[in-house]
Design a protein around this ligand. Structure first.
Ligand SMILES: [Zn+2]
Length: 550
């Protein structure tokens, strides 16, 4: 053997691992913050979710339970013992840098075996500035990636994918990453996160794709069964003679042993992957006093209450941040399905690889905005399709987003006639129409409409909240599936707190969620307004006036 061969041999020679299985591995090699070794003591509710070896699995969790540490330990185990390649997805590259230094590196450095074996590397793509953290376990890799970039999804192989903080991940990229694993030998997937968006994100995965397991307590004193602590809260919060809080039977008040007094029960009989809902109340190590303190602090503040429900009780709640809910949509339903034609109407298009078309009219009886047709179509067929639809619906004004494809937008304007089509962009703070030149100094002129994203969405969601718009009945079959998407996209209009560069908080509609029909709806709203301003406002002609072509 040459010197080089010897060095290589030493490098790839496996470090002996003495672990009987995942639990044993966690106990021997994972050292979390503030405790000498990984253990389920005080965290018994995490045992089954974290040790479950099903291919797919979802965890709807409260915050700060230690689930991420357990999932990372599982990743280490697969790379180290199973010779797998694993990808761990987080929302953004900033989170990656914090997570890597604050959690991953600390776990590695605390254990001599891991410290001796694992090599770290950080790759930054010169073009996109994407950061990928790569931890090599001999010949296998743990990639820690941000889901804000598309590029990072398309390269490396994976036998297991972990999606952490699902609600903050770019939902579209998540679907693409999921497809990547199709070729793996093992195809393990883990979805985990705090549910902040009712009916979306991790809540949707748990509710629709999993068997919906909850931790159920049976009273040791009176025998009352089926008690889920988070669902019975606050009626099951009791105080002992010293004023200390505890969680007990909702009937007789007997205190529960939160570590050992419960079992997992699936709420769906035959439902997809195992899905675990773990509230903070299920974790014995989180004191009832602490939970009650959080509860009392949130009293009287709607946003804080919603946060408490989401992050402690695992009852996803967007609070005042979600203006369009199931109830709101139900209230807006009219007594009709889609309409095959209209005398005159307004068109909004959200462009992507798949384009979302949204047509609305002023209801002949009372002028109330009424959604009459929606559909999806691939971008290459969009222009021809809209020209055909125009024959049935007689578009007065069409609004299409200028991004992501200026080519498609201008082709549409040329096909329908530039006088009817407005290229849309979110900028400035007021609603304005004007002229747009694709190339400066060019004689090619299009019409444009600009508005502030949050202000315009506020107006659009307000129409639903006030039942000032009618939408088709949901129905069943293919129509029902399309309308379900319409519902989902509108429920995804949720406000979250963002920070300016100066650290000031402001509420802004969530980005990177599937909301295409809602945006197409905003554009149709803009089209209607442009028409109204131009032809009705100053002449006194009502919106119910006879149709005419601009
Ligand atoms: Zn009882």
């Amino acid at each position: 053997m040459t010197q080089l061969q010897q060095r290589l041999a030493r490098y790839i020679e496996p470090t002996p691992v003495h672990a009987a299985g995942l639990e044993d591995y966690l106990r021997k090699y994972i050292v979390p913050d503030n405790v000498p070794a990984y253990s389920f003591e005080g965290h018994e509710a995490l045992r089954e979710p974290l040790l479950d070896e099903s291919k797919e699995l979802a965890i709807l969790k409260a915050s700060q339970l230690g689930v991420s540490t357990g999932l990372l330990g599982h990743c280490f185990f697969r790379c180290d013992v199973g010779s797998w390649d694993v990808q761990y997805f987080l929302p953004t590259k900033d989170v990656i840098e914090r997570f890597s230094a604050g959690k991953v590196d600390r776990l590695i450095n605390r254990n001599p075996h891991l410290k001796a074996m694992v090599r770290s590397r950080r790759e930054v793509d010169s073009k996109s500035k994407d950061t990928i953290e790569i931890k090599s376990f001999r010949n296998n890799f743990l990639y820690i990636k941000g889901m804000d970039s598309q590029r990072s999804l398309l390269s490396d192989p994976a036998d297991m994918i972990v999606f952490d903080e699902v609600d903050q991940l770019n939902q579209k990229h998540m679907t693409q990453a999921k497809d990547r694993i199709a070729h793996s030998r093992f195809g393990f997937r883990r979805y985990a996160g705090v549910g902040m968006m009712p009916g979306l994100g991790i809540d949707k995965i748990y509710a629709e794709k999993s068997d919906k397991r909850v931790r159920v307590f049976r009273c040791p004193a009176c025998g009352k069964d089926d008690q889920v602590l988070a669902d019975l809260f606050p009626d099951n919060a009791r105080q002992d003679s010293d004023g200390n809080w505890y969680f007990g039977c909702v009937d007789c008040g007997a205190e529960f042993d939160r570590d050992n007094g419960a079992r997992w029960v699936a709420q769906k009989e035959s439902g997809g992957m195992p899905g675990y809902r773990i509230s903070a109340l299920d974790i014995a190590a989180i004191s009832a006093n602490y939970i009650m303190q959080l509860y009392q602090e949130a009293e009287g503040d709607m946003t804080a209450k919603a946060t408490f429900r989401s992050t402690v009780l695992t009852i996803p709640d967007a609070g005042a941040g979600q203006p369009i809910t199931d109830v709101v949509l139900k209230n807006c339903e009219g007594d009709y399905f889609m309409l095959p034609r209209s005398k005159y109407s307004f068109l909004g298009i959200d462009v992507g690889n798949v384009c979302h078309i949204y047509i609305r009219q002023a209801k002949p009886e009372d002028g109330k905005p009424q959604v009459i047709h929606i559909e999806k179509i691939v971008q290459t067929n969009l222009v021809q399709r809209v020209v055909d639809l125009d024959k049935r619906y007689n578009f007065q004004v069409a609004v299409i987003d200028r991004k992501p494809s200026l080519t498609t937008a201008t082709q549409l304007a040329d096909a329908l006639g530039r006088h009817r089509v407005y290229l849309q962009e979110f900028k400035g703070s007021t609603f304005e129409t004007g002229e747009y030149k694709p190339i400066a100094e060019s004689r090619d002129i299009y019409q444009e409409v600009t508005m502030d994203r949050d202000i315009w969405l506020d107006g659009y969601t307000g129409m639903f909240a006030n039942t000032d718009i009618e939408i088709p009945k949901k129905g069943e079959g293919e129509h029902g599936m399309l309308m379900e998407e319409f519902w989902q996209h509108h429920k995804a209009l949720q406000k979250v707190l963002e920070y300016t560069s100066k650290g000031l908080k402001y509420a802004s509609y969530r980005k990177n969620v599937e909301n295409h029909f809602a945006f197409a709806g905003c554009f149709a709203d803009a089209a209607h307004k442009i028409w109204f301003n131009k032809f009705c406002h100053f002449t006194g002609v009502g919106i119910e006036s006879s149709p005419f072509r601009i």
